[in-house]
Design a protein around this ligand. Structure first.
Ligand SMILES: CC(C)C[C@H](N)C(=O)NCC(=O)O
Length: 485
């Protein structure tokens, strides 16, 4: 075929694709109220994976996911991934992992969509402006726990497939789903399931997409790296029961003082520079974190650095330690005067490339025991690592990223930022290592969605345009040729 004929075919194809996309996008616009209602139903389920008392809700959530995929005509399986062992040695059934398949045409690529429907804890009294499990729309934002992390993106993927079905258009690629309910606590059971299904469910998967993160600014983004996370418990045991701080204070070595002492000696900051060039506003980033900056004339900067480049490097490229809480500490309002007999600190260290959780586990444990032994305390220390998730980094030159870029251009008429993510998606590295497939992260969350925080939200705009983005991405994927891979 001569060049002229090839160009004509390409032109016709691209006109057909544009026409199809416009029809699908119009369908999405016309059905957005239904999509918001679907999100309302999902947000209403308190699927908190960190609270064992909420486990029935989590099971119910997984059933709702399976039901939705079945209604869409998928070949659905709810996979039992066993039990979770709790710190007190009791066991609890893990939520099932839901898989589904739409299409099995050997002449098409197969995309696997990963997402999760468990959430972090949330209570109105934490400072939410609205009930966290009652989706509430204010000024175009849909507020609710799990709205952005990760219920709306999971639904948006389902709606993207559904739009093709409803308009009787063939899916451009085969689509598989793998949806779990333990992401927020380290994806318990999922790694073993992926290993077990490597040669079955994953055998025909060409690419994996994850939409469990957010943009860096108002500009759409593609994410090519995440930090890992090692989560630790450090318990200090002392007297056999809590003590009156007046009667016993000054006579006993307090477990809390030991604990704070070893934690204080174990956190440090790092400052390094690396050039980056992105559409990122320091002012907007700061606004989401400090709301009082304008009202005070002298303020101590809450960040390690005021340089944009350094700030991004600290978000993505360097490890960090965060102390999350101390179990056993008195935290209610009031002035209880007690010496807690046993306290347990929860802290995590975000991992960056070349860090190995097993090495980190040993180093942290050795370090804390060494600092503790110098205190010559009669109390005892126990350190355990309860999550050990590796970082993930992709090759952005893979055609998958070109497909993502083209889809973003189609929907938003701009080029995306290529970014990394400071947070962790525990299973991303396992997907890469076990299946050997290429992974892309295509976020639709906003930079200010407040994940894990009070007033988490997903904007209606991002939810609806995000659905269109996934539609466009399916089409772009279908055009990846063997030669390009
Ligand atoms: C922004 C993160 C990658 C979102 C993810 N769902 C998450 O919260 N993971 C757990 C974590 O602590 O990073």
């Amino acid at each position: 075929m001569n060049i002229g004929a090839s160009l004509s075919i390409l032109l016709v194809l691209s006109t057909v694709h544009a026409f199809q996309y416009n029809q699908l996008a119009q369908y999405v616009d016309e059905h957005q109220e239904e999509y918001v209602e679907a999100l309302r139903d999902w947000v209403a389920v308190e699927s908190d994976s960190s609270n064992v008392l909420r486990r029935p809700e989590l099971h119910r959530m997984m059933e709702m996911v399976a039901q939705k995929l079945q209604q869409m005509g998928g070949a659905v399986e709810s996979v039992d991934v066993g039990d979770q062992e709790l710190p007190d040695r009791q066991t609890l059934a893990l939520p099932k992992v839901v898989t589904a398949r739409f299409g099995s045409d050997p002449n098409k690529h197969t995309l696997c969509v990963y997402g999760h429907v468990d959430v972090q804890p949330a209570k109105l009294e934490d400072g939410w402006a609205t009930e966290p499990f009652n989706l509430t729309e204010i000024n175009g934002n849909l507020y609710g726990r799990g709205a952005s992390d990760n219920k709306a993106p999971v639904l948006a993927w389902m709606h993207a497939v559904e739009a093709y079905q409803k308009l009787s258009m063939a899916l451009p690629v085969n689509v598989k789903f793998i949806i779990e309910g333990m992401e927020e606590t380290g994806s318990n059971g999922l790694e073993a399931m992926i290993l077990a299904q490597k040669d079955t469910f994953f055998s025909d998967v060409d690419y994996i997409v994850v939409s469990d993160c957010g943009w860096l600014s108002r500009r759409p983004a593609i994410t090519y790296g995440t930090r890992g996370n090692c989560y630790f418990l450090a318990e200090v045991h002392g007297p056999k029961q809590d003590l009156h701080s007046g009667v016993y204070g000054g006579t006993v070595i307090e477990p809390m003082i030991d604990l704070i002492g070893i934690l204080g000696e174990s956190s440090a900051s790092q400052h390094q520079k690396k050039p980056l060039c992105l559409f990122f506003s320091l002012a907007e980033h700061n606004k989401t974190i400090i709301n009082f900056i304008k009202q005070r004339t002298s303020i101590v900067c809450p960040f390690f650095t005021v340089l944009k480049v350094d700030l991004l490097a600290h978000k993505w490229r360097y490890p960090t330690v965060s102390i999350h809480g101390i179990e056993g500490a008195f935290s209610d309002p009031g002035t209880k005067t007690v010496i807690p007999s046993k306290v347990c600190a929860k802290f995590s260290i975000r991992q960056v490339p070349n860090m190995d959780p097993t090495v980190v586990e040993k180093k942290v444990s050795d370090h804390l025991h060494s600092v503790f032994s110098k205190r010559q305390s009669p109390n005892t220390l126990k350190v355990s690592m309860v999550i050990g998730a590796k970082p993930w980094l992709a090759d952005i030159h893979h055609p998958l990223f070109e497909a993502g870029k083209a889809a973003i251009k189609r929907v938003f008429s701009v080029d995306p930022d290529f970014i990394r993510e400071g947070g962790t998606i525990p299973i991303s590295r396992t997907f890469q290592d076990v299946t050997g497939k290429s992974i892309i992260m295509l976020p639709i969350g906003g930079f200010d969605d407040g994940l894990h925080s009070q007033n988490e939200k997903m904007s209606r705009y991002n939810y609806i345009e995000g659905t269109k983005l996934f539609i466009a991405f399916l089409n772009e994927l279908s055009q990846i040729t063997e030669a390009a891979v």
